[in-house]
Design a protein around this ligand. Sequence first.
Ligand code: PMP
Length: 428
Amino acid sequence: MIYKRSSALFAEAEKVIPGGVNSPVRAFNGVGGTPIFVKEAKGAYLYDEDGNRLIDYINSWGPMILGHAHEPVVNAVIEKAKKGTSFGMPTEIETQIAELAVSMVPNIDKIRFVNSGTEACMSAVRLARGFTGKDKIIKFAGCYHGHSDSFLIQAGSGASTFGTPNSPGVTKGTAKDTLLATYNDIENVKALVEANKNEIACVIIEPVAGNMGCIPPTKGFLEALREVCTVNNILLIFDEVMTGFRLAKGGAQELYNIKADIACFGKVIGGGLPVGAFAARNEIMNYLAPIGPVYQAGTLSGNPLAMAAGLAMLTELNNKPEIFTSLAEKTAYLHTGIAKVLTENNITHTINRVGSMISIHFDDAEVVDFNSAAKGNNDTFKAFFHGLLNAGVYIAPSAFETWFITDALSYDDLDFTIAAINTVAKTL
Ligand code: PMP
């Protein structure tokens, strides 16, 4: 495929935007080459500035669960935009989407909308600290909760891809309050809790990790984590920015039947507009300003365009719950097909999948935590990435990312993808 115009646009962008991108994960530093510039997208396909069509397995890193430019979402935004784009005053649609979200997600009474997943997680942790009166938090190596200071300690996703899991600029004072645990290792969590008795406000976790590839929780791990938190008066925060409204209507809380104390959302809940949210039971949420002491705010929070997109998206998912089954079936089909062609071509691999999240690791050991995820063969991944790109299949330019399956993908698209992987596998 030819990427002449994309390369020229990137060269221009680099002059005025650091690295030419507004978020590092879009860069191709991890795989080599220059990023593709998108012109437009519809359904399962991206169309780039050179006129190439790509089957999209990133889907804006998760939000486009029903495909690009999904009509009910686009129409809702257009209609709202005609009536003004921001007021900084309450609007009815904020209550409508809040009511719908509260009805879909188990175990939450109130929800507050913000502008990104980062803001949601950052605010959830502040709320947990304010509510418990304790300072320290536990996060897991390889989990990513946005780019707020306390989370850039062994962070996954782009931070790992670019070799900066611990970012300069995060003060020692902040870093010392973030304790680091190993994903899927409950004994490690217990030891940290024991060593920091009565000092830990919350444990924040991706209930299915998606930022070191896809890593499911091992059997009993989330249950044990819930128990440790309850016994020690620690709030359990599920970062459902990826999993929320994707794995089930009620996200991972519903899928695994575990009650978190606070749930964070982003991506799907905004239908492709900049939205995040955090939610909990009344007792916790009433700790927030203006009725409680924990401050949190936003000029554009609950923005009417964002709420219109989110409401249209959640309404679709709520009215058609069969979408979640369809997504899981398509992902399972892809899993089986990819495993078959990689095995036939003697490519060492492990595939992890939960619902419509899937990732391929080029290593045959089980991938259960950040260390095992980091063992994947990155040279194989780079060749795999570029081979697929040439064939018109776009996956994330990093081995630490999950593929997000959209319901707009047809079985023909999946067969095309599996055939492309078969061809690429012969070259690896
Ligand atoms: N939490 C998780 C689990 C995420 O995957 C992400 C982003 N990929 C975030 C938080 C941060 O969200 P945002 O990029 O919208 O700030």
